[in-house]
Every structure is written in C-alpha cells, then in structure tokens.
Write a protein that binds this ligand. Structure first.
Ligand code: OAD
Length: 260
C-alpha cells in the first residue's frame, strides 16, 4: 500500500524537476482491460504466444502468427485510455520537458493526448510489408481476413506483418535514439507498470539513476526496479498517477514551478 509520505515525496520530486522521463509497460493499460504479459491471465501465460512473437515463427508459419495478432487487434477494439494514461498526458502539458517512452503497442497514450510517445516496441495499429516495408492501417489490412490467411501489401503483394518489435529484433533506431536522449537528460524518471525484465527498457531506470536522476516506481508488485527506486508507489496506475497530479486535477504542479 502507498503511504501518504511516499506520495508527497514523489510529488515533491516531480514539482522540483526540470525534465521528466516516463517509462510505461503493460500495467498502465491493465485498468483499460488490456491483459499484461506475465501476470495472472497474462498474454504470455500458458500459451505458445511468446514463441509466436519472433521473426522465426513468422518465417515458418505467418498465418499462425497472424491468427494471434488478429485476435489481439480485435481485443483492443473499443478499449479506451484510463485515468493513468490521462494523468500522464496532463503532466506533459504542465512540464517544461517530458519524454514518454512506452513498451506498449496499444496506442492508448496517443488516444489520451500524449503528443509524441516513444513507442519502443512499435505499434499494433500499423502493418508493414515484409518485402517493400510500406506501412498501412492494420484494421484495413485485416478487413475480410479469414483464419489461415496472410494479409498482402497493396503495393507489391508481399506479406504484411504487424509493425511491432518481436523477440530477437532490434528496436526502431529513432525510438532508441530518443530514449537515450531522455534517459541522459532527465532528472526524474517515472517507471509505471512494467516488470522490468525485458531489455533494453529494463535498463533505463538503472542508467538514469546512475547519472543522478531520481526514480519513482508505480507498480502494485515488487520488481527488480523497486530496489533502486527513490520512491515506490505500491498501487495501480489509474489510482496513483491522478493522485500524483494533485487534488482535483488542479494546476498545482505548474503554479509551484512558476513560483520556484
Ligand atoms: P509485464 O506483463 O511483464 O509486467 C506488467 C507489470 O505491470 C507487472 O510488474 C505488474 O505488477 C504491473 N501491473 C499490473 N497491473 C497494474 C496496474 N493496474 N497499474 C500499474 N502496474 C500494474 O509487462 P511489461 O513489463 O510491459 O514485449 O513487458 C515488457 C515487454 O515484455 C512487453 O512490451 C512485451 C513483453 O514480452 C514484446 O512483445 C517485445
């Protein structure tokens, strides 16, 4: 459980910071109804899903990989951002500098109003041609899709794939570059809803901390990041993040910075 002291401490750190880096994981979308990967009922639990999210699986059996992703795209239909996503979008509008890095592919930070989220693992809203790399809307690519089929590129007829990062693939270069800048420039790093076990994102808080940035973790469970966090908020994102913003979503944070 989060103590009022921890909340105050986290709030003070945010108020006095000049630049904030935020790293989010599946936990921030949990209260929107999107399953996490490793928790109870998680996407990677008791299935072969993790072995499907690889380039090798796509080379061997692209139709099977598409069956998994078609189901994920369908399950995200109608899902909306929660109070945690919205609080981060509001925080961005009040900060001098905020970088939002997410491992999530669901696009909910954009829907909440975050302007330029760094999507470390790509996005499930887009499909990309395996041959010519042309991108298109994944909903359009899947319209009229039937099990056993692999959607094709309108331009060259090549096989489409979801524009997400699979295990064994490099992260998008522009996302990595932006993340590197964020980690090196921030004086506070807020880590929300990630188990902190998948690299390279898992190392971001360590790098920021070793450079002197303060680390705040929001997670109902202990993680490897808890050990280096300066403040731990042991609650869920949709509860803790709005509370961090201040009572009644006030303009408190901005006002206090001006006074500084
Ligand atoms: P995980 O499923 O590994 O971890 C989710 C974390 O969210 C756990 O630490 C939970 O305790 C926490 N959590 C659960 N509910 C929460 C809530 N309501 N509020 C805040 N935290 C909550 O997901 P990630 O760490 O995001 O990569 O996983 C990282 C990467 O591993 C994913 O991007 C994906 C996966 O394999 C790829 O697919 C490449």
């Amino acid at each position: 459980m989060t103590t009022p002291e921890a909340r105050n401490q986290a709030r003070e750190l945010i108020v006095s910071s000049r630049s904030i880096a935020v790293l989010t994981g599946a936990g921030i979308s949990a209260e929107s109804g999107v399953p996490t990967f490793r928790g109870e009922g998680g996407l990677w639990r008791g299935r072969r899903a993790e072995s499907l999210a690889t380039p090798g699986a796509f080379a061997r059996n692209p139709a099977e990989v598409w069956e998994f992703y078609q189901a994920r795209v369908k399950s995200l239909h109608g899902i909306t951002p929660n109070a945690g996503h919205r609080a981060l979008a509001a925080l961005e509008s009040r900060c001098d500098q905020l970088w939002l890095m997410t491992q999530n592919v669901d696009g909910l930070h954009r829907d909440a109003g975050s302007t330029n989220p760094i999507e470390l693992h790509g996005t499930i809203r887009i499909a990309r041609c395996h041959s010519c790399r042309r991108e298109c809307d994944i909903q359009g690519a899947l319209s009229g899709w039937n099990p056993g089929e692999v959607p094709e590129c309108n331009a060259c007829g090549g096989s489409l794939r979801p524009a997400v990062v699979w295990f064994g693939e490099a992260l998008p270069a522009d996302a990595l570059l932006a993340a590197d800048r964020a980690i090196r420039s921030c004086d506070v790093m807020l880590v929300v809803g990630t188990s902190g076990v998948v690299q390279p994102a898992a190392s971001f808080a360590y790098t920021a901390s070793s450079r002197g940035a303060k680390v705040i973790e929001v997670n109902p469970e202990e993680t490897p990041i808890s050990g280096i966090a300066d403040v731990v908020l042991r609650g869920t994102a949709a509860v803790e993040l709005p509370l961090l913003m201040g009572p009644g979503d006030s303009e408190d944070l901005r006002i206090r910075r001006r006074v500084d």
